[in-house]
Design a protein around this ligand. Structure first.
Ligand SMILES: Nc1nc2c(ncn2[C@@H]2O[C@H](COP(=O)(O)OP(=O)(O)OP(=O)(O)O)[C@@H](O)[C@H]2O)c(=O)[nH]1
Ligand SMILES: [Mg+2]
Length: 321
């Protein structure tokens, strides 16, 4: 028997042009800033205006107050100790520091299972269904055989939307009628995947406000059903966050994390969002790694998160761009 494909074999950078588009779209979002992080790091001197504007632009980018204070405090100490002399030095230090922290977080998708099961959750309209369509496409191109499960049974339109993504990405969709039990859909999808030789099931769920405890219980029920079929399932529970929501998304993540446990985050709508810094604060505060980023509504507008590329796009590249 052939060995299954290594789920994380394809380097993130192989997605053609993704990180160039990512960087451009962050630049577009940046136009809303009071001061621009890239501009601040491009200045000649570590003067008072530099420190003030660095702090302002980190907060404007939604890096959050605690993260901003820690980062700026740390840089100031390094500068006082004469370890940093220019904004370019500060940039190098900050990128190395944040990069080290980010590299320590496990970001690979766990796709080990027969099939592996991914449960995708989040508040209304955060981008779950779209992310699932793009993710199915991404993973299929890497040699996986995904199947989608229409676990959002609240609206007929939600089932149709997933079917449409199924057609676009050329993957099968298992669905019941509107009003069906999401647990039953999930169960059938895993059985169907086994019968049809699929190695991955991605389950869509209805958007729910994190404050609705009854709807959180429904997610726990889906998880219990999955665990009856495979103790390790779901291998991934991904919360989808809209980057425009910025700091408020931390609260959403916390509640989903407590209710069902999350293995990772997918941050969507980074295109044109001025709040790309939110990744820094969420990871620092909540220790749930960002695994995927979305920059649009097209099939190729999703990629695995790459901290180095992200920091280049947010702060500045060493070559000044
Ligand atoms: N610009 C942009 N739009 C996105 C992105 N991801 C999703 N969208 C759009 O956001 C809207 C909501 O996306 P959905 O995928 O339907 O969100 P959802 O979480 O499934 O929504 P519910 O099922 O209603 O909770 C749609 O109009 C998507 O096209 C993205 O990365 N960039
Ligand atoms: Mg949806």
């Amino acid at each position: 028997m052939n060995a299954p494909p290594d789920p994380n074999a394809a380097a993130p950078n192989e997605r053609q042009g993704f990180w160039t588009r990512f960087s451009k779209t962050l630049d577009a979002g940046r136009q809303a800033y009071v001061a621009d992080l890239k501009e601040v790091f491009g200045r000649p001197a570590l003067d008072t205006a530099f420190w003030d504007d660095l702090e302002t632009s980190l907060i404007a980018a939604d890096a959050g107050v605690p993260t901003t204070e820690r980062v700026v405090g740390d840089l100031r100490r390094q500068a006082a100790g004469a370890h940093l002399r220019t904004p370019a030095d500060a940039l190098g230090y900050l990128k190395a520091d944040l990069g080290k922290q980010m590299a320590a977080r496990p970001r690979d998708l766990n796709l080990r299972g027969a099939p592996a099961v991914m449960l995708v959750v989040g508040v209304n309209g955060s981008g779950k269904t779209t992310t699932i369509g793009k993710l199915a496409h991404l993973l299929q191109r890497e040699g996986r055989r995904p199947l989608l499960a229409a676990g959002d049974t609240y609206r007929a339109a939600a089932i149709e939307q997933l079917r449409l993504w199924g057609e676009r990405a050329q993957v099968e969709v298992v669905a019941h009628g509107p009003g069906a039990d999401p647990g039953a859909v999930a169960f059938d999808a895993v059985q169907a995947a086994r019968a049809r030789g699929k190695d991955l099931v991605i389950i869509d769920t209805a958007g729910r406000l994190h404050t609705r405890t009854d709807l959180m219980e429904e997610l726990r029920k889906v998880r219990r059903v999955l665990q009856r079929l495979d103790e390790q399932a779901p291998q991934e529970v991904l919360a989808v966050l809209d980057a425009h929501v910025g700091q408020n998304s931390a609260q959403q993540v916390k509640v989903f994390q407590e209710a069902i446990g999350l293995t990772g985050l997918a941050v969507t709508k980074m295109d044109g969002s001025a709040k790309a810094g939110v990744v820094l604060s969420i990871e620092e505060d909540l220790s749930v790694p960002v695994k995927l980023v979305g920059i649009g509504e097209g099939l190729d507008d999703l990629n695995r998160f790459d901290p180095g590329q992200y920091l280049d796009a947010l702060l500045r590249k060493e070559d000044g761009t």
